[in-house]
Design a binder for this molecule. Structure first.
Ligand SMILES: NC(=O)c1ccc[n+]([C@@H]2O[C@H](COP(=O)([O-])OP(=O)(O)OC[C@H]3O[C@@H](n4cnc5c(N)ncnc54)[C@H](O)[C@@H]3O)[C@@H](O)[C@H]2O)c1
Length: 304
């Protein structure tokens, strides 16, 4: 990986041929999601700029990716040549506007804060060519909520990756009412060129498809527990051993973070105004008790 230089934006393209003219990618936000999305793009052959407001965050992301790539090579998941080529294509910078202006698609993966996202989109809109796709990786904020902050809403959509983005195959592509068919086609071609499985939504809805399915299972599990039908350990066991889910809904909440589950439901409620969207009272109880799951040592289960 390199820090971005003048020459780094004028290198020869090594881009996949069938990516609808997309050659250069900028990912805004170098946290959990952005760093791996950038790595996915670089591995797929795209020249990629990873951007953050904090240089320390870029350094930490580069270090984590370097360790991850080394481990992948050791375990035979990727060749040294693949990783070295991806590393060459991947640059980090705090100069978001220069990177975005030189890109064919910008994927925003900054903090889940509507005000910040709206500002980022309006600033990107001002510096990017109108043909540049502006996508948000938000889990819950539908793109119409940022599209009305830009002059060219037709190039805005959600492109939702799953955590960890280097591993998870699914990417959801979600239009808002003004997203153009061309944006959808190009974003779809780009996603396929990443080697991901594309799930296209016809219209936007908070949570999209996969997280809504997950949420439906979670809500039912909470309801069964609340009604005293079974203990949470048994509900988890049923999900694992009868449905072949890799883990039960309560184990998964502990892994994702009870605080994150709580935050997602609150964010959905703010968008829908529907009391059904509010966190389940049992989630609120855990959240208020600081029982966030694995990260705090205790959630549904204890992690001594
Ligand atoms: N974590 C997940 O499991 C997950 C899964 C799917 C989607 N998402 C979505 O992805 C987005 C990022 O989530 P995350 O978990 O990677 O967050 P994170 O907190 O790990 O990273 C966010 C990064 O954004 C940076 N940032 C903040 N303001 C910025 C700005 N104005 N410009 C550029 N960078 C800025 C921060 O410095 C930080 O490095 C969110 O919208 C979230 O909803 C998260």
């Amino acid at each position: 990986m390199r820090a971005q230089t003048e020459e780094s934006t004028t290198e020869e393209s090594t881009t996949p041929a069938d990516a609808a003219g997309i050659e250069t990618v900028t990912v805004v936000g170098a946290g959990t999601m952005g760093s791996q999305i950038a790595a996915v793009a670089a591995l797929a052959g795209f020249r990629t700029h990873l951007v953050d407001i904090a240089q320390e965050q870029l350094d930490a992301a580069a270090e984590q990716l370097r360790r991850r790539f080394d481990r992948d090579v050791e375990k035979g998941r990727r060749s040294r040549a693949q990783v070295s080529a991806a590393w060459e294509r991947l640059g980090t910078t705090t100069d978001r506007d220069a990177a975005a202006a030189a890109s064919d698609i910008v994927i925003e993966a900054a903090v889940e804060d509507l005000t910040i996202k709206r500002r980022i989109f309006s600033e990107l809109d001002a510096v990017c060519d109108p043909g540049t796709i502006l996508a948000t990786n938000s889990s819950n904020i539908v793109s119409s909520r940022v599209a009305d902050a830009v002059e060219h809403p037709e190039r805005v959509c959600n492109l939702h990756f799953f955590n960890p983005a280097l591993v998870m195959e699914c990417v959801e592509l979600v239009p808002h009412p003004q997203t153009s068919p061309e944006t959808m086609e190009r974003a779809a071609a780009f996603t396929r060129a990443l080697g991901k499985t594309l799930v296209t939504l016809r219209k936007e809805i908070p949570g999209f498809v996969a997280n809504r399915l997950l949420n439906a299972i979670r809500q039912e599990a909470l309801s069964l527990l609340d009604q005293g039908v079974a203990d949470f350990e048994d509900i988890d066991a049923a999900a694992r051993t009868a449905l072949r889910h890799p883990m039960g809904p309560f184990e998964l909440m502990d892994l994702v973070g009870v605080d994150v589950v709580h935050m997602i439901r609150q964010a959905e409620y703010e968008q829908t105004g529907d009391p059904e969207s509010l966190p389940h009272p049992m989630i609120t109880d855990l959240y208020e008790a600081g029982r966030y799951g694995r990260k705090s040592g205790r959630g549904w289960y204890s992690y001594p």
